[in-house]
Design a protein around this ligand. Structure first.
Ligand code: ATP
Ligand code: MG
Length: 490
């Protein structure tokens, strides 16, 4: 691996000004594994003000002593390079943020405050044109890298107590670095012993590490590792409820096994984060909705309740609103029918109207994961192909008011009424008819219908747009009580 010239230039400038400078952290680990680093970090004796003097168009982003330097590189991993002053061990009295930053004098001291041996190495550029490298590796990171071992720098219990996010980072690295990585024995024992400390950690930091696990090809192994290390109960305790819980005659796996296996296929097919999360969470309400035992157990409404629980989980982990909405919707509708006997053009149009055209591909992907995760051999059986065929056929059909051949003005003019809620009621009633039969989407017919529908009362009109109402995911009060959904709120 050659060091990019942008990095060499930055180091040369710092050294010329009299400050030792090194490449450090994750990128050193990646260079030594012959992987392309995702970003480049430099550490130096220079203080933030001194770094800024050397690089006039740099900016000082946060109070942790990191200065960002922009380069002209077209490679996105090199566009911004972070330069951080050597730091020393910091106290984390709240287990979240170091109380104050203090600077270190040497690279060795800086390396000693880093989390794992494989992340605690630095590279020094040696000969005069800086093309030779020396690895500074006081904690035998190279050996652990070779043996694929995650081990804390120093005493694991101390290091996890300083910053409990490291508990989760240990699992994250053991998953994202590839196959066969292991967490060293004492490090692993300390994780289990101190797992409860994760409670103290901000949800945003937890979410970022969790997402890295879910986005990796080994996402499913990651969730199993989180369960085994006892960390999962502090991230998504709802998943733990399905551990060891059997389903019914249609399922060979327990709820937890099936959820993890569904995620495994989502990762295998390289589906996006939304689909992966939905695959993991689609049966999240099965433990609460289970009625009866053994072969004939049922899980009525687990999709509806599951959507609610999914919403709560993702909200609690501070996922962006877009992700929350999308994944909740995927869980809500993952049970859509696709048996050829039940699939008609109008049923598919109704489904499209409920879930939105923009979500249908991901919804199908979730269903594929669900199927494969149940142990069936074919991801794409005839039934699903037939469903897709009908879907393609109806995709251009009108499924929203804006696709009708008449609009609000037409309703107002035809009936000589002012704008108001009644206009919307009539348009939606027309849409309900057009969804049943797209042939009806022609102006003459619709204008005629507007006059006829005007005879109906508001409530009669409303009952005609039942389909649209269904879009609002309401769990009725009785069901809420039955599954104790209030108790799930945090
Ligand atoms: P990735 O390639 O996934 O970004 P990374 O190793 O670069 O992995 P970062 O979270 O970007 O991980 O952190 C950069 C470096 O900062 C780490 O390699 C490690 O040396 C140090 N570091 C990050 N977080 C911590 C922490 N919580 N405690 C101690 N050191 C940390
Ligand atoms: Mg990084």
């Amino acid at each position: 691996m050659t060091i990019p010239k942008e990095i060499i230039v930055i180091i040369q400038k710092l050294e010329k000004a009299g400050f030792p400078a090194y490449i450090v952290g994750g990128c050193v680990r990646d260079i030594l594994r012959n992987e392309k680093p995702k970003d480049w970090d430099i550490t130096t004796l220079a203080k933030p003000e001194e770094i800024q003097k050397i690089f006039p168009d740099s900016f000082y982003k946060n109070k942790f002593g990191t200065v960002t330097v922009k380069t002209r590189s077209s490679d996105p991993t090199l566009k911004e390079v972070e330069i951080t002053t050597f730091r020393r061990d910091e106290k984390y009295s709240d287990k979240r943020h170091p109380d104050k930053i203090s600077f270190a004098k040497t690279i060795e001291e800086d390396l000693s405050r880093r989390d794992f041996t494989i992340n605690a190495m630095a590279v020094q550029l040696t000969n005069s044109n800086k093309h030779q490298i020396t690895v500074i590796d006081p904690f035998n990171g190279q050996k652990d890298l070779k043996n694929k071992i995650i081990r804390t720098v120093g005493n694991p219990e101390d290091r996890f107590s300083e910053d409990a996010l490291r508990l989760l980072r240990a699992v994250r690295f053991s998953i994202t670095l590839g196959d066969d990585w292991q967490i060293e024995k004492n490090t692993l024992l300390a994780i289990k012993k101190l797992s409860y400390l994760l409670k103290e950690i901000s949800k945003d930091r937890i979410r970022d590490e969790f997402v890295k696990i879910i986005e990796s090809p080994r996402a499913a192994e990651g969730v199993i590792a989180l369960h085994k290390t006892e960390l999962l109960q502090y991230i998504i305790p709802e998943l733990e409820k399905g551990v060891g819980m059997s389903q019914n005659r249609h399922h060979i796996y327990t709820i937890f096994q099936h959820s993890v296996l569904s995620l495994k296929y989502a990762a295998k097919y390289n589906y996006n984060l939304n689909v992966r999360l939905a695959a993991l969470l689609h049966d999240i309400a099965k433990p609460q909705t289970k009625r009866g035992e053994g072969a004939s157990a049922t899980f009525y409404n687990h999709d509806i309740v599951g959507a609610k629980i999914t919403y709560q989980i993702l909200k609690r982990l501070h996922f962006p609103k877009k992700t929350i909405d999308k994944v909740t919707l995927l869980v809500r509708y993952h049970m859509f029918y696709y048996d050829p006997e039940k699939v008609t053009e109008s049923s598919v149009r109704r489904l499209l109207q409920k879930v939105g055209k923009e979500n249908i591909d991901e919804l199908i992907q979730v269903r594929i994961c669900d199927r494969k995760g149940s142990g069936v051999p074919k991801a794409y059986p005839f039934r699903l192909r037939h469903f897709k065929y009908v879907l393609e056929k109806v995709k251009s059909h009108p499924i929203s008011v804006s696709m009708l051949k008449v609009n609000g003005d037409d309703v107002m003019k035809t009936l000589n009424i002012e704008s108001g809620p009644r206009v919307g009621l009539i348009l939606n009633a027309l849409l309900a008819e057009v969804i049943e039969d797209p042939e009806k989407n022609n102006r003459d017919y619709l204008i005629k219908r507007i006059k006829q529908l005007a005879e109906l009362s508001d409530s009669e009109l409303k009952s005609r747009q039942k389909i649209i109402e269904e879009k609002k995911m309401e769990v009725d009060e009785e069901l809420k009580k039955k599954v104790g959904i209030r108790d799930l709120k945090r």
